[in-house]
Design a protein around this ligand. Structure first.
Ligand SMILES: NC(=O)c1ccc[n+]([C@@H]2O[C@H](COP(=O)([O-])OP(=O)(O)OC[C@H]3O[C@@H](n4cnc5c(N)ncnc54)[C@H](OP(=O)(O)O)[C@@H]3O)[C@@H](O)[C@H]2O)c1
Length: 339
């Protein structure tokens, strides 16, 4: 059997870290070799110290793994090549450049380095060519950082990539975002129970900046982001204005023709799946698909005054976070032949 590539998860106990642990526990190419959290947990067993919040079972083989200190030499000694980061942005801002300088290949969920010119925000189905920015960071002679987009932007760009050919002039996107998007413990139950909060700090700016960088287009983007009392899964209501005349069927067909990247284990057969039922999609389908949580679902497509509208659902902790990073690492391994 081919040898697996050893990987570390840093920030393994948080909402995104837990999805990494779940997805990497039996990955065909990657082997979990090292994990970290905040320093208070060093030496503890993952299963005993982690407050598991994601709606899939904690894999048996990760329960006894020990949380280690954040130490480059120890990580190298453990044979780690790839590091998956689920750190808060302020911690990542310091840690990720150091990991890169120590030769690690970092796939990060944090926003800290997303806007650096030589760091790609990779959504491989939409902008695989931007992966070559790692060469500007020094690869193959050194390490690099590849980020994935903010969770809302991931869902949005997945649905927009196959529509770029129609000339996207402007985008209106209003979101209904689940509480897991704020990490754990996240919001106070006093604030979110039986309530919606029409403000998520920094989110609207991130969507505008990241969508333009990923898709290499420059449309006007109008957005509001709202937190809603849902555990996992962000809905987005999107309206688009195009340069060309576009019909509802053109949009549905473009998504149907948008194929997976062949050979990547975490890429679903149909990455953007449309459903005609007028009540589709809903956050309760966030873990549908295969691999679970990696499909972006769309529905309610309609046309008014030459604008096309639709609703999308993205699993914010899987496709919009850890799963996106795992897919990015698979794309890197395939393109650069690490295996
Ligand atoms: N949640 C989402 O839907 C989502 C989507 C896309 C991107 N992101 C981004 O992904 C990252 C992780 O998000 P999350 O929601 O998983 O956050 P979280 O639940 O707050 O988890 C943060 C993780 O980082 C660890 N950590 C915190 N401070 C640390 C420190 N000073 N040193 C070392 N480790 C530290 C925590 O360890 P302890 O448990 O020991 O404190 C925990 O494992 C963030 O940058 C976030 O913006 C999140």
């Amino acid at each position: 059997m081919e040898k697996k590539i050893k990987v570390a998860v840093i920030g393994a106990t948080g909402a995104v870290g837990q999805v990494f642990m779940w997805m990497l526990s039996d990955h065909p190419w990657f082997e979990l070799a090292y994990l970290t959290a905040s320093s208070a947990r060093v030496g503890l067993k993952y299963g005993a110290t982690t407050h598991w919040i994601i709606p899939v079972e904690m894999p048996l083989n990760v329960r006894n793994m020990e949380i280690k200190e954040f130490n480059f030499e120890a990580m190298k000694k453990a044979g780690v090549q790839i590091v998956f980061s689920a750190l808060p942005a302020e911690v990542a801002r310091e840690a990720e450049p150091q990991l890169r300088a120590n030769g690690f290949y970092v796939f990060s969920n944090a926003a800290a380095m997303r806007y650096d010119d030589d760091v790609p925000i990779l959504v491989p189905e939409a902008n695989l060519e931007q992966l070559s920015l790692i060469e500007k960071q020094g690869y193959p002679n050194g390490g690099f950082v590849v980020t994935n987009a903010n969770c809302v932007t991931t869902g949005l760009t997945m649905t927009l990539a196959p529509l770029r050919k129609f000339g996207i002039k402007d985008i209106t996107v209003n979101t209904y975002q689940s509480v897991s998007g704020a990490g754990y413990p996240g919001l106070s139950s006093f604030d979110i129970t039986d309530n919606c909060i029409p403000f998520i700090k920094g989110e609207e700016d991130k969507i505008e900046k990241e969508a333009k960088k990923i898709l290499s287009i420059n449309p006007e983007i109008y957005t509001y982001t709202v937190r809603v009392p849902v555990m996992v899964g962000h809905l987005e209501a999107v309206w688009l204005d195009f340069e060309k005349n576009v019909e509802v069927e053109d949009v549905i067909n473009a998504w149907a023709d948008f194929k997976r990247i062949p050979g990547l284990p975490s890429s679903p057969e149909l990455p953007v799946a449309y459903g005609a039922d007028p009540t589709f999609p809903q956050p309760k389908y966030a873990f549908w698909g295969s691999p679970k949580g990696m499909v972006v679902y769309t529905g309610r497509v309609r046309k008014k005054n030459n604008r096309i509208g639709y609703i999308l659902l993205v699993n914010n902790i899987v496709k919009g976070a850890a799963g996106g990073s795992v897919l990015n690492a698979e794309a890197f391994v395939t393109k650069y032949g690490l295996r």
